[in-house]
Design a protein around this ligand. Structure first.
Ligand SMILES: [Zn+2]
Length: 329
């Protein structure tokens, strides 16, 4: 069962507190409260044309390095100012983990799979979320791995086997070959060098398990009956894929990890995260995609922006602004 996240975020928690407060004096019995239990606040349903779509939260990441993870170093003061203006914390960066699921009849596609089991207070909620919307892992017919970082790939493996055994795992050849090579090139990252060998071992182990179901899909490939096009999001990793999903006149751009923070990387797309494999290329890609999405007023989905991750990118000064979509429950 999905566990309640930290109290500040939890609508369910809030409602249970309200119920307790009401119960202290004269409220209705507990059974009637259960009957009015809220919808799961960590699953958001929407549509893309004829496609059913869900954002399912796999949880949260609280990045303790804070702005020490952001580059260039000499612009961290300006970043701190930007965060303070929005009353954002400075001692850590809060990141969300939003998994996109789409469905057309019996075809079900999943874009990245979060942290996987075991579920905890912070992460690993996807399996419970899928169950709650009535999708068994065996019913998933297509999966997309944007890149092999653990918050995206780990959920594709359960107990040493592919979690979604009836679905091909689509990954770009650039991403797959990068991690499978003997000496992946980390010369352009700002990642802690000590953390790299462990990360590579984990990615290789998971890709080994997933290799029998992998399908190398290059940029430009069209899948899911023409509804999904793989696009170039290179820079965060060697073959980082982003996805354009179309149905009728509707369109959604899944930008995946082009931005990890909803303020910093929009205000200045040249503000970069040290996790990028190639920080300069990641920033160029971000600027290119944001410029295009802003001009076309494209609806956008992001893996790490605040849940449920839907919004638009508006131009603002020399940069951009993330404008979250109004939610309709
Ligand atoms: Zn990520």
């Amino acid at each position: 069962m999905m566990r309640a996240p930290s109290p500040g975020f939890s609508r369910r928690h809030f409602l249970s507190l309200s119920a307790m407060a009401a119960g202290a004096c004269c409220a209705a019995p507990a059974q009637s409260l259960a009957a009015t239990s809220p919808k799961n606040p960590w699953i958001y349903h929407f549509k893309i044309g004829e496609l059913e779509a869900w954002s399912i939260s796999d949880g949260f990441m609280k990045i303790g390095q804070g702005l020490k993870l952001m580059y260039p170093e000499d612009e961290r003061d300006a970043m701190a100012t930007a965060l303070k203006q929005h009353s954002e914390p400075l001692d850590h960066l809060p990141l969300y983990v939003n998994v996109l699921v789409i469905r057309k009849g019996k075809e079900i596609a999943l874009f990245d799979a979060g942290f996987g089991a075991p579920a905890s207070e912070r992460r690993g909620w996807l399996a419970a979320g899928l169950k709650e919307i009535g999708i068994h892992p065996d019913q998933v017919t297509a999966t997309f791995l944007s890149h092999a970082h653990s918050d995206h790939i780990a959920g594709f493996v359960t107990d040493g086997k592919p979690t979604f055994k009836n679905a091909a795992l689509n990954v770009t050849p650039e991403e797959y070959h990068f991690w499978r090579s003997k000496n992946p090139d980390f010369s352009k990252t700002k990642r802690n060098p000590k953390a790299i060998p462990g990360m590579v071992r984990q990615a290789q182990k998971r890709l080994e398990i997933l290799t029998p179901i992998k399908q190398l899909t290059p940029v430009g490939a069209s899948l899911f009956d023409g509804a999904v096009t793989v696009e170039n999001g290179f820079g965060h990793t060697a073959g980082h894929a982003i996805y354009r999903i179309r149905s009728g006149d509707d369109e959604l751009l899944h930008m995946v990890d082009l931005a990890h923070h909803h303020l910093l990387m929009f205000q200045k797309p040249t503000w970069k995260i040290g996790w990028d494999n190639n920080l300069e290329l990641a920033a160029q890609t971000r600027k290119r995609v944001f410029t295009q999405a802003a001009a076309a007023k494209t609806r956008v989905f992001g893996f790490h922006v605040p849940f449920p991750g839907l919004g638009r990118i508006n131009p603002l000064g020399d940069g951009f602004r993330w404008v979250p979509e109004r939610l309709v429950w």
